[in-house]
Design a protein around this ligand. Sequence first.
Ligand code: GDP
Ligand code: IMO
Ligand code: MG
Length: 433
Amino acid sequence: MPARLVMGGQWGDEGKGKIVDALAEHAALVVRATGGDNAGHTILNPRGEFKMHLIPSGIFHAQALAIIGNGVVINPRGLLDEMATLRAAGIDLSGLRISDRAHLVMPWHPLFDQVEERSRGAGAIGTTGRGIGPAYADRASRTGVRVADLQDERLLSEKVTALVASKNRILGLYGVAPLDAAQVIEQYYAFAEQIEPHIAATEILIQDALAAGREVLIEGAQAALLDLDFGTYPYVTSSFPTAAGSCAGAGIAPTQVCETLGVFKAYSTRVGGGPFPTELTDATGDHIRERAREFGTTTGRPRRCGWFDAVAGRYVVRLNDIGRVALTRFDILDDLEEIRLCTGYWVGGEALPYPPAREDLWERIEPVYETLPGWRSDTSDIRALADLPANARRYVERIEEALGVTVGLIGVGPSREQLIHTDASAPMTAMAG
Ligand code: GDP
Ligand code: IMO
Ligand code: MG
């Protein structure tokens, strides 16, 4: 049985955690494949409310192994804090597995993230400050420290000693106080002891599960428009949160994926800098932010809010071969009189059929909007498509047409059961053929 991928279709925070939590009921493995603790996935289920940063949302399902794959960059301090929070809530962590090939976020990575951001001035990316970019840069430069290094004390100590010496030279140029190698080594030895029981060759676990016909669910982090190549570069994250990137980050081949599910909010948000053609800087934007409590799960920053962008959405759908979509936070639009949908981009009097590579073009995009009537009623208790008001169904249909997808799930609230399965005969909990 092939794997299923769940990925973000916009700029993150679409509700991927909630969707994975809802879909993981029969999964044997739930895998995080990309990103690090820049991700913040909120889950509200019968066990409580949880903010997950590194541990896959499958940890709440007793039958599932929760895997942190090779493509993730792991801050061990953050991971241990997250494990402690879950343990305190009575969550069993015996199913947690951590790839020995995953890279570690080292103490110098957040420092570089912060000084580099400062030096960008007005062009700051607005990163989460977690050291994600520098950690991925070191991975590509072959100067990274991996989980496997935690299993070899001598190697870890040699690597850290050499790296601290070279990183301190650069930190000094930024006026940052030097790190103490002995302290870092001691700290990472302590992490090693606690993480050791969870370390595994996760790519083999995943391949064994697939070979045995068991269900594998990949929990995407970040989202397609934050992708290094296809996002709004340079205002992106430093990984590949696309379907292809998730395959690489889990150790599976593209031919082993049967379906990529896209998670899209019924409107748009982004945190940090960068272009956002449909951004609302008016009272409607403020209204959405307040109603939805759109503040970052990881950093608490206010999220920028705007209308649904079907031009960018269609691009993401095509590049990732998304057939079915989970449309989340639909209830947030409940009290709007009218709702807009961006179906075209104009730049200097010319139509732009897909998102541009050029930064100056992104900044000059004038969105073309379709205006639809709102439904002005509470959808949060609705569980069947037929019970949605006609105007709400019309909005869903327009998104389906504009994106060329089927909306399989509609989110009408934060908790696990606040979902409408639009087609009871082909629920998203079941695999597509
Ligand atoms: P993720 O990073 O994609 O997992 O998303 P976040 O957890 O960062 O942000 C999504 C927010 O929306 C969280 O606060 C969720 O609890 C909440 N949420 C998810 N789905 C829905 C929904 O359908 N309706 C409402 N009102 N909230 C939702
Ligand atoms: P989830 O998985 C929303 C954004 C940051 C910043 C840019 C680069 O919860 O959807 P980074 O720290 O990655 O170098 O920051 O990417 N960003 C996210 N925005 N949701 C996320 O994750 C994000 N992860 C990174 O705000 O603009
Ligand atoms: Mg999030």
